[in-house]
Design a binder for this molecule. Sequence first.
Ligand code: IMP
Length: 425
Amino acid sequence: MNLNISLLGLQWGDEGKGKVVDYLANDLDAAVRYQGGHNAGHTLIVNGKKIVFHLLPSAICHKNIKCFIARGVVVSLDALFSELAEANEVLGDIEDRLIISSACSLIQPYHIKLDQLREQSANLTKIGTTGRGIGTTYEDKVGRRSVRISDLYDESKLNDKLTQALDFYNSIFEHSFGTSKIDLNELIDLNLKQAEQLKPYVGNVIEEIRELQKSKKKILYEGAQGALLDVSLGTYPFVTSSNLIGGVPAGVGISPSDIDYTIGITKAYTTRVGEGPFPTELFDDMGTYLAETGGEVGATTGRPRRCGWLDGFLLKNMVKVSGVDGLCLTKIDVLDGLEKIKICNAYSSDLTEAEMIETMDLELAQPEYLEMPGWSKLTAGQTSYEELDDNAKSFVEKIEEISGVPVIMISTGPKREDTIIRKDI
Ligand code: IMP
């Protein structure tokens, strides 16, 4: 039985993970976020009201599911409290089903300030970050100087850490960017005040997850962003600052061998926000069509998403490195009505495929496409694979052939019931 399920986007994020979580929700006991922070964004409709969560697991809107924010997540308490206020209003009290690890690193105001200053600087490579201090907080985590949640409850340790941090950051703000400094006393006060508000949610995630595992509960490890944004295996340096691939064990505190099944998610085409290479990007009317039909606007920053054809070359390789067992294909309905559909299955470049995957330096990659006929019968709202147009089935089966794994789930529209299940996991 699959009890520990990992859910991973295989592109540059925004593949529609919320839809899969929604679908699995009735069977789940727990959901865990293990990396990233409030750079993610999932739009949920609860009692007819649209809400966007960035930090809380998207499973939080299902009252039967216990939710965890594990040690691999970087936590902005401002973002957390505003989401908690909204969640408590729309979902009722969630205090008894949300646990946040005391080992999480905190996003401080100086992280956000530096992230934004760097992005605005004409002299530095623009990554197109969400400007939320994600990368700068992970830098401090790796640099062994993070303020972790547990530090909030040890006043002298908190004072020391924030003093050291501001010595460092204020010097950068003043001398490198000629901008104002952050006041130490105000920062300490803010941290202490927030510590009290946070207290009811802080807990021991490793122990709680072990207990759930012992009692054979179903746990979903919910990845944010997508594999191509992985700091190690993605399109470096245009990536986020956490490991999505293989990130669950270190980000939660479970064994790699605990994971029973990994679901990879891919859209039927590709989108990206922020800077960086995107070999199948479309700059013509087709790109605009995909953006408009797919409603491709970033949930966190409101930036328009760049759009292009499905990149089977990258999909195949991301499936390989992340140990995906089955695929969920989302937004197939966006391709309804197109005469021809393309899938990139190789690149022409001076580099070999292996060389390209090693560096993920895709700036010069020229996509080679296979072209498939579109389908006349709409996939939108379909719930049965058998009922799909033969050309739509061929498209799905081509993705299986390229990726080497079965498509177990197809999303045919935004509603929960707009789903085809081909294999129940
Ligand atoms: P950061 O994570 O804010 O540092 O941004 C680094 C890169 O990851 C930028 O290209 C962002 O646009 C991208 N990114 C971060 N979070 C998401 C997400 O949830 N969806 C899509 N792209 C994201």
